[in-house]
Design a protein around this ligand. Structure first.
Ligand code: PLP
Length: 373
């Protein structure tokens, strides 16, 4: 049968905003308008002067409030996104041996980066079947525990709890989870993320909430092993304390991030954001439960992500075609994670996504499935 990508979804079914991508994700139109309206005092001006430093301060203070940071925890940032933070952590946070929980692609990438470091012991890797959750566990000789808050490739979320004793560090990849999932940051030593997921900004930066223990470890390791200057957490920490970055940041990314953090705080803070992502994701899981052709990919309801919902479709329905039809109607980025290779939809329900638009998406799905399935 030819692909019916020309199928037109009635306008009254369409969501107001059709961006459901898991990263880069929807940037609210209002923040883009704010950038256009107010950007001339920031864009194209020195990042060493008060206006851009004020933006960095707004981000650092806003995140301190949003996460109700315990005394001594600091918001640190640098260029290069989460991938750059992983390399900085290999060099500056893992002392000798790490334990990694691998739930999917992203947890696996950090584990691979540590495994490849010639100055570290082979990591202990705890692997879950894709679509399921495993937790880290206490292990002798491990000085760093690493796991993912929200595994964006599979839509599995993990509780955030401290593991390990002594001075072991807990590093949580919250790239897509931070801002949309519940957390007590005191349970972590590095709670790190990028702004293009739950924070509705653009890519290119990493942010990390570091505990005093993580700062001490970075200071210690940075003084005792060679670390390339760009990946030296000591430099990121000292620059951040001055509301700066080591080298030139993307000012627009900072602007959109600051606006979104302020919006989140004005709307009631992290609890309110979690209520919103819970409501949005429930729309999708309930929709799948009520259809005989759709099933939540994550079998354990407690591990089903509030911010990235993965829904398997029955083999009678070609998810690739469904996504193509949605795309031709302005509903974009519902495709599954490419390497997972499933007949699946993946829909981000980050805080910036309107639960009413998620409702509209399900109506569109019913319309499309009935016609192309
Ligand atoms: C998107 C993502 C990353 C990669 O982030 P970059 O900023 O592109 O490096 C890492 N981990 C998780 C969980 C992600 O969702």
């Amino acid at each position: 049968m030819p692909a019916r990508d020309d199928l037109v979804i009635p306008a009254d079914l369409l969501p107001r905003d059709g961006r459901f991508g898991s990263g880069p994700s929807k940037v609210p139109t209002g923040t883009l308008e704010a950038l256009a309206a107010g950007g001339t005092t920031l864009m194209g001006t020195s990042h060493r002067q008060a206006p851009v430093r004020g933006l960095v301060r707004r981000v650092r203070e806003g995140l301190t409030s949003l996460f109700s940071l315990p005394e001594g925890h600091e918001v640190v940032l640098g260029n290069g996104g989460t991938h750059a933070f992983w390399d900085a952590a290999v060099l500056g946070l893992v002392r000798e041996r790490a334990q990694h929980v691998v739930l999917g692609e992203f947890g696996g990438k950090f584990a691979d980066a540590v495994a490849a470091a010639p100055f570290l012991a082979a990591p202990s890797v705890v692997r879950a079947e894709p679509g399921s959750l495993v937790l880290p566990h206490d292990e002798d000789g491990v000085d760093t525990y690493a796991y993912v808050h929200n595994e964006t490739s599979t839509g599995v979320m993990s509780p955030v709890r401290r593991v390990g004793g002594g001075d072991a560090l807990v590093l949580v990849d919250a790239t897509s989870g931070a801002g949309g999932l519940p957390v007590d940051v005191a349970e972590t030593d590095a709670y790190y993320f990028s702004p293009q997921k739950s924070f509705a900004s653009d890519g290119g930066l990493w942010l990390a909430v570091l505990s005093p223990a993580a700062i001490a470890r970075a200071t210690d390791l940075g003084g005792s092993r060679w670390v390339p200057p760009f990946l030296d957490l000591r430099a990121a920490i000292s620059s951040s304390r001055l509301d700066q970055t080591l080298n030139t940041p993307a000012v627009a990314t900072l602007f959109l991030l600051a606006e979104q953090v302020d919006r989140m705080l004005a709307a009631g803070g992290l609890d309110a954001m979690v209520a919103r992502t819970t409501a949005s994701s429930r729309v999708l899981y309930d929709w799948a439960a009520a259809r005989d052709f759709a099933t939540p990919y994550v079998a354990d309801p407690d591990a089903r992500s509030l911010v990235v919902a993965t829904l398997d479709l029955d083999e009678r329905i070609d998810a690739t075609r469904v996504c193509a039809v949605l795309r031709s109607n302005g509903i974009v980025d519902t495709e599954p994670y490419r390497k997972l290779g499933r007949n699946q939809l993946r829909v981000a329900t980050f805080p910036a996504v309107d639960p009413a638009d998620v409702e509209a998406l399900t109506a569109c799905l019913d319309f499309v499935v009935e016609r192309v399935g």
